[in-house]
Write a protein that binds this ligand. Structure first.
Ligand code: RP5
Length: 162
């Protein structure tokens, strides 16, 4: 249903979302990754409408160099959990608004994962924080990113906002 789009030759973070209608919200994550110089790619794929593509993408993610997957979905938001089922990479879930009032459908679908299959869930429409968390995960083994994150904290203390 979607086409894999790469901004950079070798992506480190994969941003996936359940529908092209989610793209604008999810690409805010890409803007944050750009700020930290982290390469990313993105594609619309659905746990319900294109499950085979989800399996193919996620099972190949580590070998293609990804270190983290950010997955956003609304309504019966199964994409992050299904992605987490297929990989040992960290998966960050973004519940997207547009379904039930207060987005409780997507929020609970993503946050209430069973033991053994974690999805790190951020706020509703929280794609910027998903990206920042991805940078923090990658920074555990990357001193340059650690310095950039420390500089960002200083900027925030001086009024900067994502
Ligand atoms: C979810 O259903 C998608 O992630 C999207 O948020 C929602 C609506 O999808 P569309 O009907 O706009 O394709 O699977």
């Amino acid at each position: 249903m979607g086409v894999l789009k790469r901004k950079d030759a070798m992506a480190t973070v994969g941003i996936i979302y359940g529908s092209s209608s989610d793209e604008a919200t999810m690409l805010k994550a890409g803007e944050v990754l750009d700020r930290f110089g982290v390469a990313w790619e993105h594609e619309a794929m659905s746990a319900h409408r294109s499950p085979e593509r989800v399996r193919e993408y996620v099972t190949g993610a580590r070998d293609r160099g990804l270190g983290c997957i950010i997955a956003g979905a609304g309504m019966a938001a199964h994409l992050p959990g299904v992605a987490a089922a297929f990989t040992t990479l960290p998966v960050i879930g973004v519940p997207l608004s547009g379904g039930l009032p207060d987005s409780m459908d997507a929020l609970l679908a993503i946050v209430q994962m069973p033991p053994g299959v974690p999805v790190a869930t951020v706020a509703v429409d929280g794609s910027k924080n998903a990206a920042l968390l991805a940078v923090q995960i990658l920074a555990t083994a990357d001193e340059d990113l650690q310095k950039k994150l420390a500089a960002f904290k200083d900027e925030m203390a001086n009024g900067a906002r994502l």
